[in-house]
Design a protein around this ligand. Structure first.
Ligand code: 3PG
Length: 211
């Protein structure tokens, strides 16, 4: 199963901000215990590179990707650390082209038809829709999926335990992203039981919709 398929099967890609690399492995294990086997570690902290390195090495069952990848240098550095896939809030052509040429799965962020066409022209079939709640949420993705037949979205921004089912039910949504199952506060306070509990709840909601 390839990386994209694995994210889709899981149905949720948690957006994870790790401030201390010492918390990385336990965080990944807490997600796994809740049935989530893919995660996006955001490159928003100094601990991101080392966190990805440790998760890739010590938690091989976890598919670890990098998020908030803003340029090609950051992309190359995090791939070197062991990231399995790249997520970006926007569309950086140099980063996308590098990933496509090197068979690295990439989910660029899009919010407009033009950005979607930039993704399609490079053969991408799955894009991140961000920030989903600000740019029209389900209504916007439904409208966009009219002309862009077969395109699937991974919405992030405003997805949570209350609305996850509405998103997962939509045929144009492959999986959701979000920070609610694994918050910065729960990571830094080592509240791993809570991360596992919220992960389980999200996975149950996804399974229920897909049953
Ligand atoms: C992000 O990149 O911060 C994500 O979109 C998470 O958004 P959320 O905190 O609303 O889940």
């Amino acid at each position: 199963m390839d990386v994209v398929e694995r994210c889709l099967k899981c149905g949720i890609v948690p957006v994870v901000v790790i401030e201390n690399a010492d918390d990385a492995v336990d965080t990944a294990k807490a997600l796994l215990a809740g049935g989530i086997d893919c995660m996006e570690v955001t490159m928003r902290t100094d601990a991101a590179l080392e966190s990805v390195r440790r998760i890739a090495k010590e938690v091989p069952e976890m598919l670890v990707g990098a998020g908030t990848v803003l340029n090609l240098d950051a992309c190359k550095a995090i791939l070197e650390a062991g990231a399995n896939f790249i997520v970006s809030p926007g569309f950086d052509p140099a980063t996308v082209d590098y990933c496509v040429e090197n068979n690295v799965p990439i989910l660029p962020g899009v919010a407009t038809p033009t950005e979607i066409m930039m993704a399609l022209s490079r053969g991408l079939k799955l894009v991140k829709f961000f920030p989903a709640n600000i740019y029209g949420g389900l209504k916007a993705m439904k409208a966009l999926s009219g002309p862009f037949v077969g395109l699937k979205f991974l919405p992030t921004g405003g997805v949570n335990g209350e609305n996850i089912k509405e998103y997962i039910e939509a045929p144009f949504i492959a999986a959701v992203g979000g920070s609610w199952v694994c918050t910065k506060a729960d990571i830094s306070s080592h509240n791993y039981a809570k991360i596992t509990e919220l992960s389980k709840a999200a996975r149950d909601a996804i399974d229920e919709v897909r049953a």
